[in-house]
Design a protein around this ligand. Sequence first.
Ligand code: SF4
Length: 371
Amino acid sequence: MTTKPGQKGIRFIDEYRNTELSRRVIERIYRRSTRNIHLMEFCGGHTVTIARNGIRQLLPPAIEMLSGPGCPVCVTANRDLDRAIALAHERGVIITTFGDMMKVPGSRSSLQEAKAQGADVRIVYSTLDALQIARGNPEKSVVFIGIGFETTAPTIAASILQAQREGVNNFFVLSFLKLCPPVIKALLDEGEVKLDGIVCPGHVSTIIGSHPWEFIPRDYAIACVVSGFEPLDVLQCIEMLVAQIESGERRVEIAYRRGVKAEGNQWALKQIDIVFEPCSALWRGMGEVPQSGLCLREAYERFDAERAFEIDPGPTIEHKGCLCGEVLRGVKRPTDCRLFRHACTPEHPVGPCMVSSEGSCAAYYHYGADL
Ligand code: SF4
């Protein structure tokens, strides 16, 4: 029996890591590919899957895989990191954040260093944990650092709605939330990288669906396939991309049917829309991208840390020699950076791409520099 990922024959996670099935997909990719093909995996989760499983090395040499800006921690600009760190030093403020953010260096320090200097910075596993801290500390202002894409936004929106229902007045969100389609558009408009196909982000697409990617084949003639995060998911996605490119077709397909519907998750989208509105956002490596961020709507301004606090982060300083911006745009690889493995390691990161579990530099460091 021929079993393909997404068919009824595959139900368990082990099967998405099955060596024999993977070998068959790779053989089909070799048979179908006849030309140089440049693909970008947008999402840091895919970068890690590709690196951890040696997928780059398993593909025909003519298929080039570039990494994109899909790591929310990595794309957070120094200016915004500095604002979070400055806020951590405010009296009576408790900063709550996901663990990935702690070691990310801003211009002069990190949240971890702020904590070591006495700031009250706490790692949480969900926004509702942050809300619980607010309930338990009514005399303090509890600020959640809102880092993430469309995947994270619904849970942050839900925590704000919950805080409103309960009348929790000491809970705030510093929103650095970002939207993926506008930044892909900005990247393609920039034209720095030549792409034939994009491995579209699976988790983001569980929320927004596949329709928001349709501008990519339509306006840029680039193939798109939404992928899951297991090795077989990614390989099937690459196979589908190669099939589109070789046949001259360009469209959006979903290889991650068990997670993504074309229309997305309407309930989650509604939560986002109730609380947030699109606004301009600053991306590391990309600069200011219009309509690529999420800001709190006026109706929820009392939860907006931006409006509740005067934040003076001081002048922004970029990390000398760090190529994170170029790495995030796909124009450089981590190994092109002179600091990689020398001055910059996961223990002593110079840039965020070496800190985040989804960062390209960390993936190259952990799974091999010759990827
Ligand atoms: S290796 Fe370090 S310094 Fe170089 S681009 Fe990556 S994070 Fe920046």
